[in-house]
Design a protein around this ligand. Sequence first.
Ligand SMILES: [Ca+2]
Length: 467
Amino acid sequence: MTWRIALAGLITLMVSLTDGITIAGAERPNFVIFMTDDQRADALSCAGNRMLKTPHIDSIAQGGMRFRNAFVTNSLCAPSRATLLTGVYSHVHGVIDNKNRRIPADMPILSDYLRQAGYLVAFCGKSHVAGALRDRTWDYYFGYQGQGAYINPRIAEGTQGKDLLYEGYMDDIVTEKAVQWLKQKHERPFCLFLWFKAPHRPWIRAPRHAALFRDISIPKPPTYDLRALGSPGKPRAFHEADNRIGSFPDVPNLDQFVKDYYATIVAVDENVGKVLEALKETNQLEKTAIFYTSDNGFFLGEWQAFDKRFMHEPSIRVPLLVRYPRLIRANSACDKMVLNLDIAPTILELAGVAIPDSMQGRSFVPLLRGQEPKDWRTDWLYEYYEYPGPHRVRKHRGIRTERYKLIHYYEAPEEFELYDLQTDPEERNNLYGKEGTEELVKRLRQRLDELRRQTRDPELNAPNPEN
Ligand SMILES: [Ca+2]
């Protein structure tokens, strides 16, 4: 019911916002929101990757800000996407895993708020939520159900359109349609969501990239061989997950799959370049706020693992780049912890739209301006629920502070992990149960409960049948 009230309030508000005036009195920005699927934070040359060259994506960072500590609150496709769109936790929008992927129909999403405020809104690509966002209103829509296919995919144009076969490479086809739409004359500011399929498994390369990375080899991460030794110090919940490289026919070894993963990102980079070029050609580049992020991170061989889900750093960290020269200094970086929850409120603030009280993220516009509010978050709540399910990763939740991380596998057998990220960024040394950590654990568990209470976690006071 609160969502309906929020929307009603918004409709009243839009009357004063549709005339192109923002809170700052300047022209309202356009938005392009790029999202990739399963791209980890360091799979970009601007983030220090030495094998992968991503000049076009890097140019977003060079013209704006790179967040070096950007995280998702549930490292899984559908829950993370629903969080970006709604600005609330999985346990509030209800898309807690990839099985239940429906955002409640009466819960407005970012595009609904922008549209009500006079924006043109377009969605192109992969949404991965139930109904593929066809239950929402779009000025332009070119999207597909579920995962879609890398080669010769079926895609629908318009929310009432049929899923038709298109010849070619998924992200190229989707980008071409997005570019066509961008180049049209728009009488009002717009927001384009361009959400790529890559680099999601099964990492099918564009045919033009068949030979890419043939002459290099991918080094093993330092923790790779620890898995075969029984993952010393790790709980069973981690060691027994079904995510080992070599256990799946399409993930035969580290070298092959990581090269394929990188090659699909090269295609993303080329497609990002086409969009930037189209914005430039149509004289819209400087007045468009460009966001680039991913729905979750990915293990690339740490503990011989691939996939995501866990609360460990490779899985929860995502790229986050924002370019908007009217506000952001070129080549800047931010180390404050920002979350996928924060993107919707940030975009609404930039658009001059009131941020609904129901949203649980915080606008990072001050950070984009180069300010660091004293009360910026220093910790946050993580949650994961898809169990039993693919890869056998048990349910867990946890708290990540600027220094520590506590992970709680809360169903029997109950297990914990505790890390000091300052001295142990690779999370090798599980401190849980070690002498001298009792007070720290107590404090972190109290704060974890507090964060769950603040974010209205319905399981907080529910009896747990497993324990
Ligand atoms: Ca994903």
